[in-house]
Design a protein around this ligand. Structure first.
Ligand code: KMH
Ligand code: ZN
Length: 275
C-alpha cells in the first residue's frame, strides 16, 4: 500500500482557545504547533492564520510571516494555505494566501457551498471555484479539493472537465460537517473519484479517530488537527497537534502502513521535489 501522508490542520478559523487552550493564534504559537506536528510525522501543514486575539484573517502579510517562520523550523514540510478562510470572507480576501513568496506548492480549493451550523453558510459558487482553480493553475499551485459531500466531488470533476482543475485531482473528504462521517460514507466518497486521484480524509469532532482508522485501512491519507477536532478521547483534550499526529503514526504502525516523509508526500501528490 502507498505510504501514508499525514496532514495536520493546526489552527483552523473557527476553533478557539475556549475549545482547547493549545489552539494557536500568534505567530509563535502557530510555529510551535506546526513544529510539534512535523516532529511527530506530519508531512503537510494545512494552514489558517489569526490575529493575535484569535480573529481569523487571510492577510497576505500574516500568511507570509507564518509560512516563513514555519519553514525555519520545518524546512521541508509542505505548507498548504487555506483559501477557504472563514465564513463570510470575500473571494479576494481569501485568495491573498496564494500571493505569498515563494508561491505555495499547494492550497485548498473548496468545491461547493455548505451549511456551517446555525445560520452560517460557507459560500463557494461555481464561478468562485472556477476562478480559484484558474488562478491556482496560473500560479502553479496544486489544489487540494475540499469536498464536504459527494455533490462537491461532482462539482470538482465538472471544473476539471472545463479546464479549471488539473488531473489527477487530490481530494480531501471533510466528513461530519455537511454529511455524516461513517465508514459507509467514507467508502462512498473514496469510490466516487476517478482512478488515479489521491485522497485524504478527515472526520470532524468525535468522528475523527474512526475516520483515521478506516482511512489508514483503505489506503487513503489522513488529516488531523485542532481545526477538525480538539480531543484525544471523550473529555480528554489534545495537548498539542503533535499529540494527535503521534497517535496517527502509532495507528499506522499497528496497521502496517508506513508514513510518508515530506519528500515522499511530494512524489505521491505529484509536486516537484524541493530544490
Ligand atoms: N473555515 C472554513 C469556512 C479550507 O481551509 O479551505 C473553510 C475551511 C476550508 O476551513
Ligand atoms: Zn481549513
Amino acid at each position: 500500500m502507498e505510504k501514508l501522508i499525514i496532514s495536520c490542520c493546526i489552527c483552523g478559523a473557527e476553533v478557539t482557545k475556549e475549545n482547547n487552550p493549545a489552539v494557536p493564534y500568534t505567530v509563535e504559537e502557530i510555529v510551535r504547533e506546526a513544529k510539534s506536528a512535523y516532529d511527530a510525522g506530519a508531512a503537510l501543514i494545512h494552514l489558517h492564520v489569526r490575529e493575535d486575539d484569535g480573529t481569523p484573517t487571510q492577510s497576505k502579510a500574516r500568511f507570509q510571516e507564518c509560512v516563513d517562520a514555519i519553514r525555519k523550523v520545518c524546512p521541508d514540510v509542505i505548507s498548504q494555505p487555506s483559501t477557504g478562510g472563514a465564513v463570510g470572507m470575500t473571494d479576494l480576501e481569501r485568495l491573498q494566501s496564494t500571493e505569498i513568496v515563494p508561491t505555495p506548492e499547494m492550497a485548498t480549493l473548496d468545491c461547493g457551498t455548505c451549511n456551517f451550523g446555525g445560520d452560517e453558510i460557507f459560500i463557494n459558487t461555481d464561478n468562485t471555484i472556477y476562478n480559484f482553480g484558474k488562478i491556482m493553475i496560473e500560479r502553479g499551485i496544486k489544489p487540494e479539493c475540499e469536498v464536504f459531500d459527494k455533490g462537491m466531488i461532482d462539482i470538482a470533476l465538472k471544473a476539471a472537465k472545463k479546464g479549471y482543475i488539473k488531473s489527477p485531482i487530490h481530494f480531501d473528504f471533510v466528513l461530519g460537517v455537511q454529511m455524516t462521517a461513517t465508514p459507509r460514507d467514507l467508502v462512498y466518497m473514496a469510490t466516487s473519484i476517478p482512478a488515479g486521484s489521491t485522497w485524504t480524509a478527515t472526520g470532524i469532532g468525535k468522528t475523527c479517530w474512526d475516520i483515521v482508522a478506516c482511512t489508514i485501512a483503505m489506503g487513503g491519507h489522513v488529516r488531523v488537527g485542532f481545526e477538525d477536532n480538539v480531543y484525544m478521547s471523550k473529555g480528554v483534550l489534545a495537548k498539542s497537534n503533535g499529540e494527535m499526529v503521534e497517535r496517527v503514526v502509532q495507528m499506522a504502525k499497528l496497521m502496517n502502513r508506513e508514513v510518508a516523509t515530506p519528500a515522499e508526500a511530494r512524489e505521491i501528490l505529484g509536486l516537484a521535489p524541493l530544490k
